[in-house]
Design a protein around this ligand. Structure first.
Ligand SMILES: *Cc1c(COP(=O)(O)O)cnc(C)c1O
Length: 386
């Protein structure tokens, strides 16, 4: 018996529209569904987003791209492979009409080799490193070498140029804001190099959920894209799933208040038992009942992504049963979890809500000392659309 997730089509569509409305008509949105749709099941959310008219989807790697392409069909949307590719991926990138992010000459050589003999030139997006030191080519001679290659390539073309911000949630006067400013300068320099090399990308993209929520870089990306005759694009993930990080500084969130939660994670109650005062619960006997208690045993544990940091005495997590909070008792096990239902009229027919109504990804993140991203993409459960 396993936990499951229910994905609200209506709320996912609502969040996409909220993102698109705030981005405005001059900025396209790429819907990020990497890491299996942030734990929501990439193939399910891809179908809903494609039906709702998302022009671009962003996946982790070629393998995820192939699954998503098979779920959404061949014509639309475009699919960007965001987190790198290996030489062995090149044939499936081409066969499944996936668009890889590239940043080394080796990427270009491999793709050129695989794309030889295809009818159309193959589109790639070039990532510029402006301060993440992760993916991306460094502006200057390395970038020039790649641009020269594009200029003479019979099989590839540079359809997009992108960068990624390190401190998108930071606003005015914070240290993060000065990092963003420096990244903007670097990106602008790189775009001038692109132009000087005679390359005209159709898309220039930068910014995630927090960039849109914070807002101050949006006029900049619009203006820069317009001055290069390209479409501006933002890449939003977390917002689609109904959440955003707190902003730093005193900007007010433009997007977060308009978002709705998309995922409800539920499980079954496997058993109910009464215990006497003085009885211990779970591994390490870390919890001792202070009074007679009624406990519910739930079919979920850390193997499913209900993290062990939420154990009682550590993060002190809870679930919701019959509309009421039932707190975690003792340590969370691999596939099982015990909660206190002394105060709740509960039967074996009730479901327990692990995340959704009454308990958020932010709550889980607080219990576990992490960010909602890590909670969502850590969920391992079968999904279905509702
Ligand atoms: C994951 C990712 C995003 C989306 O970030 P959110 O904060 O979820 O909106 C955007 N761009 C890149 C390069 C990413 O890796």
């Amino acid at each position: 018996m396993k936990s499951w997730i229910e994905i609200s089509r209506a709320n996912l569509g609502h969040n996409l529209r909220a993102v698109q409305t705030l981005a405005g008509p001059a900025v396209e949105t790429l819907a990020v569904i990497k890491a299996d749709g942030y734990g929501h099941d990439a193939t399910l959310v891809a179908q809903v987003l494609a039906e709702a008219g998302a022009p671009w989807l962003g996946v982790t790697d070629a393998e995820e791209g192939v699954r998503v392409r098979s779920a959404v069909g061949w014509s639309k949307p475009r699919i960007l492979v965001m987190c790198g590719s290996e030489p062995a991926d090149a044939p499936s990138l081409i066969e499944y009409k996936l668009t890889p992010v590239v940043w080394t000459l080796e990427h270009l050589h491999t793709l050129e080799h695989a794309a030889q003999g295809t009818a159309e030139r193959f589109a790639v997006h070039l990532e510029i490193d402006t301060g993440m030191s992760r993916q991306g080519v460094t502006p200057g001679p390395d970038l020039d070498a790649m641009l020269r290659h594009f200029a003479s390539s019979p099989t590839l073309f540079c359809e997009g140029v992108m960068t990624h911000l390190a401190c998108a949630e930071a606003s005015d006067g914070t240290r993060g804001a000065s990092v963003t400013e420096r990244q903007g300068d670097q990106f602008h320099q790189a775009l001038k190099q692109v132009k000087a090399a005679g390359i005209k990308p159709a898309y220039i993209h930068m910014g995630n959920t927090s960039a849109l929520d914070e807002g101050s870089t949006m006029p900049w990306i619009r203006a820069v894209a317009a001055s290069f005759g390209a479409h501006a694009m933002v890449r939003t993930g977390l917002a689609l799933y109904g959440d955003a990080l707190p902003l730093e500084g005193n900007a007010s969130a433009a997007l977060h208040p308009h978002l709705k939660p998309v995922l409800t994670w539920k499980t079954r109650i496997l058993g109910l038992r009464e215990i006497a005062a003085g009885t211990t619960v779970g591994y390490g006997a870390t919890f001792t009942a202070p009074h007679p208690m009624r406990l519910a045993l739930l079919a979920v544990g850390y193997a499913d992504g209900f993290r062990r940091e939420a154990s009682s005495g550590v993060g002190n997590g809870w679930v919701v049963i019959a509309g009421q909070r039932a707190v975690v008792v003792g340590r969370i096990s691999m596939n099982l979890l015990v909660v206190d239902v002394t105060h709740i009229a509960v039967t074996l027919q009730d479901d327990a809500t692990l995340l959704g109504e009454g308990v958020s990804a932010d709550d889980h993140a607080r219990w576990c000392g992490t960010i909602p991203y890590e909670i969502l993409c850590g969920i391992r459960a079968q999904g279905r659309l509702i």
